[in-house]
Design a protein around this ligand. Structure first.
Ligand code: XMP
Length: 318
């Protein structure tokens, strides 16, 4: 019988057998998959594991600090944080094409990870939080093989950097990973965290990614999350976030005419992210989001709600 407890025991044995006294490196994102994978490896071989968290500067408000605090508290392994914001922003300067943004971010990510790994010595193993659906998807099995958006992980490392993969979650579905996470003692806000794309806020800023745009979007996005969470709807809604558009419209605030950006709210229900429906958020929640965003986020004077399902829309705007 599959239970999280049995699974943890067996994984620990299997990882020990695979790794022996070798060294393991792992890229962490703060998401449930990479965190659970790292925790299993840490249980199995403790000191032999080094984790790398690349802060590309495209995370949500205060997220890098929160992720590091969570990891320090729950993950008994060495965690290195790499501050690479400047580098990613420079590489993204002036770039507007969504796939180009993804390509640049994926490429920089691999380079930063590679440089960091080299500095830390030599590693024989790379641990990854690959799930069963990822395995099926990359094998091209099951339905639509068409790749709509390129999703990045630590593929594409240089030829001379060959790792043997440690993938303890390879046979699990997302709900099983969550059960394992709970059994390992991770808090619910980590285990039930909404999916967040690897390229982060870069694909939620339409147009060029600048420090100012990032700051604006972080503030608006934090309001959307706070309101969904304080209404107790976070477990019912698959993803909920803000998108910053380069569209400017006229408004009036106090006695003044304003000319500011449009922020879109995106909230969807879904089973697996493959198809999705726009979430019927209560008007009161939408109203609080709108009022707060216009009042609290400088440069934004209009808020719209995205009522497009997937398909034909995608969940992200880019
Ligand atoms: P779309 O926008 O294609 O998104 O409907 C489906 C799910 O995938 C996430 N997503 C990404 N995740 N890298 C990722 O790691 C990406 O480039 C990427 N693009 C979309 C999206 O947030 C949703 O959960």
């Amino acid at each position: 019988d599959w239970t999280p407890g049995n699974f943890i025991e067996e994984s620990v044995q299997r990882i020990r057998a695979q790794v022996g006294d070798g060294r393991v490196i792992c890229a962490l994102s703060g998401g449930v998959d990479s965190t659970v994978a790292a925790m299993l490896v840490a249980r199995a071989v403790g000191e032999q594991l080094t984790c790398v968290f690349v802060d590309h500067g495209l995370l949500r408000l205060n997220e890098a600090e929160q992720v590091m605090a969570m990891l320090r508290h729950h993950l008994p392994a060495r965690v290195i944080k790499v501050d690479a914001q400047t580098r990613f922003l420079a590489a993204l300067e002036g770039v507007t094409d969504p796939e180009e943004k993804r390509r640049i971010i994926g490429h920089e990510f691999v380079r930063v990870f590679e440089e960091t790994a080299r500095q830390l010595g030599s590693f024989q193993f790379l641990a990854q939080g690959t799930l069963y659906p990822d395995v099926i998807e990359s094998a091209g099995v099951g339905g639509s093989a068409a790749k709509i958006k390129t999703h990045h992980n630590v593929g594409g490392l240089p030829e001379d950097m060959q790792f043997e993969l440690v993938e303890p979650l390879r046979w699990l579905f997302k709900d099983e990973v969550r059960e394992v996470g709970i059994a390992l003692g991770l808090p619910p806000e980590v285990v039930y965290r909404q999916p967040f794309p690897g390229p982060g806020l870069a694909v939620r800023i339409l147009g060029p990614v600048t420090t100012e745009a990032l700051h604006t979007l972080q503030l608006a996005d934090a309001i959307v999350r706070e309101e969904v969470e304080s209404a107790g709807l976070n477990r019912d809604v698959w993803q909920y976030f803000a998108v910053l558009t380069p569209l400017k419209t006229v408004g009036v605030q106090g006695d003044y005419r304003t000319y500011g950006n449009v922020v879109a709210i995106r909230a969807v229900t879904s089973e697996d992210g493959m198809t999705a429906d726009w979430a019927r958020l209560p008007y009161g929640v939408l109203e609080r989001m709108s009022t707060r965003i216009v009042n609290e986020v400088p440069g934004v004077n209009r808020v719209v709600y995205d009522i497009t399902s997937k398909p034909p829309g995608t969940i992200e705007w880019e």
